[in-house]
Design a protein around this ligand. Structure first.
Ligand SMILES: [Mg+2]
Length: 294
């Protein structure tokens, strides 16, 4: 296994970035995914999707790496990955010891959790933000059928999307002015409002950037044993935090919304194509040429 000997990690959003916004297809990205695998570069999904959804996609994409769920709410490290990575680790420190002592453990994964539970968020929405309840429908209110209608997901995929541990996505139905007031009310409670491709998400300080930094540090300390390069790919505002912290920010064009607004200007690149075609284009131009080949 070559993964720990690589010195680059790719953190990628899924919807609208590695997956097509409408069809959720990723065929156009497969050749570059295989190339990265061949070169030993870990590709880490970082998504608003759930463990159940990413779990299924990981097998389809052929990824065995850790992954970040629900907009950075938790990092999932599969035991099997940890075992393989530890066996060939270039670090003197033992990852296994640390995760066994410090992380939660559930269904074959070690978990670094940054968020409160979904039930907590439901209580906060019902109690503290009830004046806005007519402006949105939560995942719970939509139900699986409503999720199917608002996303175009199949029934099975909508069920997986609804198996959330840490968050309650909201389908906004109010005006932009009401959304602004909602955002202010959310901030006043000390939370942050994130805008994804289709849904709004409340977080309590965590985001994709925080989770990226934690996992990058874990890789550097326990797997690589030294600093490594990081690349982030995303298409939406909820990707901004990770696009700001990675060494390179690769922006995938969206067919439905504007580019995410970044503070940084250095090492930021935009794709011409949308979705997986754009992903592939950016990897070809801005990642592959910088990797040690063969
Ligand atoms: Mg996206």
């Amino acid at each position: 296994m070559r993964e720990p000997h690589s010195n680059t990690i790719i953190f990628t959003d899924l919807d609208g970035t590695l997956l097509d916004h409408d069809s959720y297809c990723f065929d156009a990205a497969v050749p570059q995914l295989r190339k990265l695998e061949e070169l030993g570069v870990p590709v880490i999904p970082v998504s608003s999707k759930t463990d159940a959804e990413i779990g299924q996609l990981r097998s389809a994409l052929g990824l065995k790496t850790p992954y970040i769920v629900e907009n950075g709410a938790a990092v999932f490290m599969p035991e099997a990955w940890l075992e393989r990575a530890s066996a060939v680790s270039a670090s003197d420190l033992s990852a296994t010891e640390v995760v066994q002592n410090d992380l939660a453990h559930r269904s074959g994964c070690y978990l670094k959790e940054f968020s409160r539970s979904r039930a907590d968020w439901r209580r906060i929405l019902a109690k503290e933000l009830s004046e806005f309840s007519h402006c949105f429908q939560s995942f719970t209110e939509l139900g699986v059928q409503g999720i199917v209608q608002s996303t175009g997901l199949s029934l099975e995929h909508a069920r997986q999307a609804n198996q959330r541990d840490y968050s309650e996505p909201l389908l906004w139905q109010g005006t932009p002015e009401q959304k602004h007031l909602f955002s202010e009310a959310v901030s006043a409670l000390g939370f942050t409002l994130l805008e994804g491709g289709r849904f709004l998400h409340l977080t309590d300080g965590y985001d994709k950037g925080l989770a990226l930094r934690w996992l990058l540090d874990f890789y550097q300390t326990y797997i690589f044993g030294n600093a490594c390069h990081s690349v982030a790919l995303g298409d939406s505002q909820n990707d901004v935090a990770m696009l700001e912290v990675a060494e390179k920010a690769l922006l995938v064009r969206s067919p439905v919304h504007d580019w995410p607004q970044l503070q940084r200007t250095a090492s930021v690149y935009q794709s011409h194509s949308c979705g997986p075609q754009g992903w592939s284009e950016l990897i070809t131009q801005h990642v592959i040429p910088y990797l040690k080949q063969g």
